[in-house]
Design a protein around this ligand. Structure first.
Ligand code: DC
Length: 225
């Protein structure tokens, strides 16, 4: 069974998807981290982000693997390094590159072949796994999303104003929603959940109930055949 969780940054997707995967005993895939890894590699090697071919060529050579929720880029653990501000902004540029998307979608589908998966991103329900059995699209108010990102950065000792974060968030949202290739949008059959007033544990519990219900219905329909 494939569960997709899409939505803009700061809606709690990664945390909720990780908790949900743990509770269900499913694999967890954080596809945003894959785009971040490509952006990180470009910055490291000083590849111009606007050079679609050069960025696409580089993406084709990278080995991107997850191990115990750590991201290994060519064997190096970059889990923390890809969370910084520069990588965050660069990732949304790289994510608009169709060559990069094609490559990462292939890798994501390979992970999906393993069977039970909770995967999060922007296009998981629309493009990567259009036949997924359970699709969610998380939202939250822009102010709440920026506040969550500020808390994440503060915890790492990075001080940044809410105004600046709101501006950066708006720019990333615009890039993610307006790109030609797999723009951020809910799948027609995705259930939308507004997480503004909910804790991430509450969101995870809510989604778990819905997945368990869908799973029971699927099991019952298999038995009827
Ligand atoms: O979720 P995140 O902030 O880690 O994602 C980093 C960037 O990658 C963000 O700009 C959106 C983009 N992205 C995407 O285009 N498609 C995905 N499946 C996942 C992330």
């Amino acid at each position: 069974m494939i569960v997709t969780i899409d939505g803009p940054a700061g809606t709690g997707k990664s945390t909720v998807a990780r908790i949900l995967a743990e509770r269900l005993g499913f694999e967890f895939l954080n596809t945003g981290a894959m785009y971040r890894a490509v952006a990180y590699a470009c910055l490291q090697r000083q590849v111009e982000l606007a050079n679609t071919t050069a960025v696409g060529d580089l993406a084709g050579t990278l080995e991107i693997l997850f191990s115990n929720n750590h991201l290994l880029l060519n064997g190096l653990d970059v889990t923390e390094a890809i969370r910084g501000q520069e990588v965050t902004q660069s990732a949304s540029i790289v994510a608009a590159n169709p060559i990069v998307r094609k490559r990462l979608v292939e890798l994501q589908r390979q992970v999906g072949q393993g069977g039970n998966l909770v995967t999060e991103g922007r296009d998981q329900g629309t493009t990567v796994f259009p036949d997924a059995e359970c699709k969610f699209f998380l939202t939250a108010s822009p102010a709440e999303r920026a506040l969550r990102r500020q808390r994440e950065l503060n915890a790492k000792g990075d001080a940044i104003s809410l105004d600046e974060l709101l501006q950066q968030q708006e720019l990333r949202d615009r890039r993610d929603e307006s790109r030609a290739c797999s723009p951020l949008k809910p799948a027609d059959d995705a259930l939308q959940v507004d997480t503004t007033e909910m804790s991430l544990d509450q969101v995870a519990a809510h989604l778990e109930r819905l997945v368990q219900r869908a799973k029971a219905e699927l099991d019952a329909s298999f038995q009827r055949r």
